[in-house]
Design a protein around this ligand. Sequence first.
Ligand code: PHE
Length: 338
Amino acid sequence: MPLFQELENIRAAFLDELKKKPALSDLETLKVKLLGRKGRLNDVFKNIRLVADDNKKQFGHAINELKQEIHDKIEAELSEHSYNSQSSKSKIDLTLPEITIPKGSIHPLSQTLDEIVSIFHRLGFDVTEGPEVETEWNNFDALNIAKDHPARDMQDTFFLKNGHVLRTHTSPTQIRLMQSEKPPIRSIMPGRVYRNESINSRSYCLFHQVEGLYIDENVTFSELKATLDLFFREYYGSDVKVRFRPSYFPFTEPSSEVDVSCNLCGGKGCRVCKYTGWLETLGCGMVDPKVFQSVDYDAEKYTGYAFGMGIERMTMLKYGINDLRLFYENDHRFLEQF
Ligand code: PHE
């Protein structure tokens, strides 16, 4: 049966080739020559009509078996090649367990700041940053806090040997912005601030604030109210209640503090809101004309509002965190929860 013999010959020739340890490219050529559409085995298959009917099925089988065998042997040889080329270079041990890379997360204070920035961004505010080492003039005088003003005692300041201070709030960035730009101004100013306070669960030597400033002609207190109202509804959810309480800051007149209904107890009263149902969040007011004077703005022409809030405080209130120090200790068990 010459055709069956033919298959045997192909097989023997193939095995001979393999013994010669062909190069990668020769293996590819061999594969095409034998198994390709116009390859040897398909040629032989065309002769199936010459096989006696009784043997046709068996012949077809024999061809398929040989195809499979050649295919498997070539594949095995090919993967041997790629394994050798890898291991000769780097000796990779594919059986080693993988190294797990610990997953990081964004610090809760950064998350809060990102959220605040994005809400105000949608309202048309851009972002301005200022230095942490400030002149006394920017930090106090230009903001209408005179040398002997009792308000200076409100903020326990770190004084530096060169006469500058570590800024006690982000408000000096307002001064820098107004000195470098003319109205309209609509910006928020995030950053780190410092106060010489004893360290405990409610105070620390540093914390973070975001300042907001909007100056143009005819800016009104009702715009300030509407803007902050919208901000708090975006930040705490649409159910939150917002209340403005009269207050005092040297750089705003009138001034106000803003409380929101406690989002942890829904206003019913709990430990975090000290059973009042309200949380104090930020200070704000209309920019005092004295501040406009110190940056040479025309106080007859322009009005504006400013507000400042603590980022730690906003984060603590949102999640019911009761110790400020947790933000700076970088304990994974705390950070992983955000
Ligand atoms: N700078 C004030 C503080 O640190 C906050 C504030 C900013 C109040 C702007 C009113 C206007 O307490």
